[in-house]
Design a protein around this ligand. Sequence first.
Ligand code: SAH
Length: 258
Amino acid sequence: MSKEYNLISDFDYRIIAAFFAGLDRQGPGDDAQTRRALSFIDGLPPRPRIADIGCGTGRQTAVLASALDGPVTAVDLLPEMIAGLGARMQKAGLSDKVTGIVGSMDDLPFADNSLDIIWAEGSIYNIGFERGLTEWRRMLKPGGAIAVTECSWLSAKTLPESAFIRDNFPEIDTPSAKIRILENAGYAPLAHFILPATCWTDNYFDPVAARIPGFLEEQGHSPVAVRMAGLMGEEREHYRKYGTYYGYVFYIGLKPEE
Ligand code: SAH
């Protein structure tokens, strides 16, 4: 192999899709935490319009669609994710509420002032926290809310400079610094909270580990597949060692009324 594969995102999207579309969720999280984030958003109109950006196969989309009485548009770059979302919504009887579309978060098809809620779990890092908050704001109605998870330091006690953190979480910062970014992007900070460690261990790394043998089999143990599986093992090990320093934080912001 001549190419350097240091990050999951360095791999061909087809192999990424093959691995991750086979998981129940594609990032750390939990239904109860999705509901908790939602609980901070008050004063929704009768039929709120929701966009779920970087939805994956839609674990959190199902929670949103069940809890809210309005249409949800779920967007992901990978067609395999949108196919998985469709199957999940069908099974859950939520197909009439959820529309899945293949598209990119840097070119979203929503009109200005058209959404009551923008949701993005474990995905805004793909465009960048500041850029996503700034560019998506115009699509929210005044009084609308945005809720995203973002990898953050959990306290002022941060890890010393590490190549792993720099490569995997280049924008990592403390919650106070992230909230400053959210404010400067034009939102009122409604709430923020740290996702429990089980969102990573039980809900993410365990299913990832369980998926690896089947994935390697499907890929005929190709060198690229073996390398990708190895990187996932490194991510898990890094979290096991240092997971008290970093994690996902839910940030919920309000676009003020004009
Ligand atoms: N929200 C889901 C998925 C998180 S993984 C969950 O928490 O389980 C991040 C998702 O973002 C992946 O499904 C990936 O395909 C998608 N993604 C990556 N880049 C994207 C882009 N530019 N536009 C839209 N989606 C993107």
